[in-house]
Design a protein around this ligand. Structure first.
Ligand SMILES: Cc1cc2nc3c(=O)[nH]c(=O)nc-3n(C[C@H](O)[C@H](O)[C@H](O)COP(=O)(O)OP(=O)(O)OC[C@H]3O[C@@H](n4cnc5c(N)ncnc54)[C@H](O)[C@@H]3O)c2cc1C
Length: 315
């Protein structure tokens, strides 16, 4: 097995699929195992913990990270594109087992509606027990990053996302205190993708099966209605969409200033924390609603483009 040396601050190791199941029309759930995952660990709840997966090349070869050191990424990127495989980002939906028997559960979205597929979704469509990938994941006790959900003292939570954000929202909900209150809006391709999710009683779950409607249309309408905004929304033009959209209290992909200004006391929405992820144009549209129209402080919001229509993830 090609597993990196212990010196790396994170886990970089080959993992094997030990179980795989099509849990609904759009989601393939895979359990990934490796003795190296005995060292997997996050300081606190998993929330939206992201990890990276390296998929095999088109001819089925999986890159080896044997003996990898701190320069592993540069070394990997120097391998010709057709030989290195593809790296993509996913969310840890759940951790099962412990010690050398630790398994990470990942829910993979199949891109069925658009016919636009990529290495991640194509791999998931044919995944079988025994398949191997490489994982980059947090090592217990070492800062790794990759968790954006950070509501601080907010009293009212607002979560929204499309199918790619369902694993993160599910994991966030599972880790919340029983007293948490708020709303989670989840847009999925079809009614069959609605899942039973563990969640605090005070969090209302709103599932929106698209059933053929344009991506984001129902979500945008529901979010606007939730906040009492008029239904009409000025369309966001394609060139106004940042495919790498990532606007959180601690990072701005557009270069916005991150100051220390406190939340505006007295604002109707001063007690809210909003976490929104999914297709970048949809997330941009929702960001405008919350930040420009409702003037919610940027310290209370996190907007993450998990993918961009027509744009393959870079690796
Ligand atoms: C922090 C984070 C966490 C994520 N968690 C998950 C997760 O748990 N599960 C999950 O499935 N995805 C998740 N994603 C999204 C996933 O990384 C992207 O969808 C990624 O593009 C998939 O790679 P791919 O190889 O299938 O497609 P790519 O090669 O990246 O793209 C190929 C084509 O497919 C299109 N495409 C990409 N995603 C979709 C989609 N969902 N529906 C329709 N078309 C699409 C692209 O626009 C492009 O045209 C996450 C992303 C981030 C940033």
């Amino acid at each position: 097995m090609s597993t990196a040396t212990q010196e790396l601050p994170m886990i970089l190791a080959e993992v094997e699929v030990t179980a795989v199941e099509l849990i609904s029309p759009t989601f393939v759930r895979a359990e990934l195992a490796s003795e190296a995952l005995a060292d997997f660990g996050v300081d606190g709840p998993l929330h939206d913990q992201r990890i990276k997966l390296v998929f095999p090349t088109d001819s089925g070869n999986l890159a080896s990270f044997e003996g990898a050191d701190e320069s592993w990424f540069t070394t990997w990127m120097e391998i010709p594109a057709e030989e290195r495989g593809h790296m993509r980002t996913y969310t840890v939906r759940e951790v099962r087992g412990q010690g050398a028997d630790t398994r990470l559960v990942i829910d993979f979205v199949l891109h069925l509606a658009d016919g636009a597929t990529g290495p991640g979704s194509s791999w998931a469509a044919t995944a079988t027990v025994g398949d191997r990938l490489v994982i980059l994941a947090p090592r217990r006790g070492v800062p790794f990053g990759g968790i954006e959900f950070d509501p601080g003292a907010a009293r009212n939570l607002f979560l929204a996302g499309d199918e790619t954000a369902v694993p993160a929202i599910a994991s966030i909900l599972a880790g919340l205190p029983a007293t948490a209150i708020g709303t989670a809006i989840l847009e999925v391709p079809v009614a069959g993708d609605v899942q039973e999710l563990a969640h605090p009683e005070g969090i209302e779950l709103i599932w929106l099966p698209r059933d053929g409607a344009p991506h984001g249309q129902k979500q945008i309408a529901t979010v606007r209605d939730h906040f009492g905004l008029p239904p009409v929304v000025e369309p966001v033009t394609d060139d106004a969409v940042d495919p790498d959209l990532w606007e959180t209290p601690t990072y701005s992909s557009s270069g916005e200033e991150l100051d220390d200004a406190a939340v505006v006391v007295g604002h109707d929405l001063a007690g809210i924390y909003a976490w929104i992820a999914g297709e970048s144009k949809v997330v941009t549209t929702l960001r405008r609603a919350l930040v420009k129209e409702l003037e919610i402080d940027r310290h209370q919001v996190a907007f993450m483009g998990y993918w961009r229509r027509g744009v393959a993830m870079r690796s």
